[in-house]
Design a protein around this ligand. Sequence first.
Ligand SMILES: [Zn+2]
Ligand SMILES: [Zn+2]
Length: 157
Amino acid sequence: MKKFIVIGVLAAGLTSGANVRAGTGYAMRCGVEPAAEPASGQAVRGCGYRVRVTFGGGMFFSQITAYCSRCQGFVYLSWTPDRGLPEGMPRREATPPPTPLGQVWDPVTGRTLTLYACPRCDGPSVEIKRLEDLVHCPACGAPGFEVDPTAPVIAID
Ligand SMILES: [Zn+2]
Ligand SMILES: [Zn+2]
């Protein structure tokens, strides 16, 4: 499935000759398994958090994926880049990419994170560049946030 989509993206880039990237939507889930609490021995339910997260834009738009702590959800900052599209494609007015609020250094990972104003609440939201960077569940904070292997991966054009 994944392989097929990657091939599809490459083919689209080759045939159009334009700088076109397709986005991909993943069904994510908290990987915390239901387990017995060590102290009481009582069963603890997994977090159960599920959400669809998209990375990348489409043929007509570019998109940044971010997470807003205040909204407690994934948010998307989209814009229309000025790029060459194949002949006959409808054209849209180009819009500028969003300006970051700033950058912060994360002492835990040693990486620099970019913050953008959340399109919903205007609060700071942190950019998530790649699927691989989504390690912890946003709902419970536990490691093991993962792609649901039973759900389809959706390509966005
Ligand atoms: Zn927000
Ligand atoms: Zn969780």
